[in-house]
Design a binder for this molecule. Sequence first.
Ligand code: GDP
Ligand code: GDP
Length: 463
Amino acid sequence: MSFTVAIIGRPNVGKSTLFNRLIGRKLAIVHDMPGVTRDRRSAPASLLGLEFEVIDTAGLEVSGPETLEGRMRQQTERALAEADVALFLIDGRAGLTPMDEHFAQLLRRQKTPVILVANKCEGKAGDQGMYESYGLGLGDPIPLSAEHGLGLGDLLAALLPYSKELPYDEDDEFGFTPEPEEIPDIDEGDEVVIPPPPDRPLHVAIVGRPNTGKSTLVNCLLGEDRMLTGPEAGVTRDSITVKYEWRGRPIKIVDTAGIRRRSRVEESLEKLSVADTLNSIRMAEVVVLMLDANMVLDKQDLTIARLVLEEGRALVIAVNKWDAAIDRAESLQRLGDRLQTSLPQVRGIPTVTLSALRNQGVDDLMEAVFEIHSLWNARVPTSRLNRWLDEMITRHPPPLSKQKRRIKLRYMTQVKARPPTFAIFVSKPDELPESYMRYLVNGLRDVFGLDGVPLRIHLRKPK
Ligand code: GDP
Ligand code: GDP
């Protein structure tokens, strides 16, 4: 679940200082822990809510049989072998030394990913060393002051891609389990049942390419500038999940746009957006995919949309910057066409045009979010489903099996909601063609009004 971060670098760059800052008050425990060696300590750490294990390689100066350099190399290699990612510290004030170069060489030749950190960068005194360190061939440095706790937001952004989870409050009173909910057989009534909205907040993720206006939308929804602005301001849990109410309905926005924007390291920017987007999607019930009206739906957008649907989340497409759209009719037409050809499995994905900047269409977007969320929770009574199935079969009988007997669809029931998931008992589950499945899915959408939500159908063989 957690991941491991090694802190490496020559003596005196601030490794212990950073280690202590990351492990917070747990330091005492570390000292008391049996078997903790003096030259390599590890402890649970937390950075603005992100939890991981940290390994410190400081304290190598103590004398021993080997040369300092030999021992340092050995410790570093051992720490690297255990870590998912390493923070390579240099001293921005002192500038690069031959020993830093030596370390860099070792780091370039091994496999563990390395994040270059220029420490002691409070004020301007660290700038020189920071600029020099670009030359190490280890990517752009992250300026930090371990002692003063500056630059932690950038460090968080750089580490996020290596975490398996976003910082997230598991004990949240409104805890949301992304797992589909098991539902009992519903046998009463004839109508599709939409359960009343729960009291807990609806989890929404806003995803999309950089610059489409995600932060602007969040700011607009919150009605104040609460996203990241200053160098340190707001890089807290709150910038990752924000709770607020829309027309009295609680919402929790899982947002990563702000953090993404703070990342200065191009390489990790790339990695971040994918890992991060996936994490946001997994924590959401409804995902808003943000597009720019003048750059509608490219390959990356489609990849995100597919991820959302594969994860079984409800999707709303938000076409932003509508105020600045050049050819409105054409962009909508093109968007519709591409959605139909590229995502045929989910017909009728809700699409809303808006201007986050001018606060136009934002309410329409939220309405669409709540509406698709209801459908995502919909339950169809079993008796109604089976009557429907009979009609479908009568209208279009399933094909013959390999043994020349007609494939029989015997019984159908909804086993789960979030998203609606059905089981059909079939004589030859493996032989029912894809085209027949599509016929059933489209029929379900038409008759029960399930447009725009991902649907699952499991075929099972009766016992
Ligand atoms: P290590 O040998 O790499 O573990 O380095 P230490 O953590 O022991 O730090 C070495 C020295 O640098 C100590 O005097 C620290 O107080 C100082 N130091 C650590 N971080 C910073 C920082 O961010 N800014 C400044 N100015 N000094 C720092
Ligand atoms: P993010 O990277 O997706 O979070 O995008 P931002 O919210 O930072 O917005 C990127 C740029 O697009 C900023 O300059 C915004 O002012 C601008 N922008 C956002 N929404 C709109 C909009 O509805 N209309 C126009 N014309 N510009 C917008």
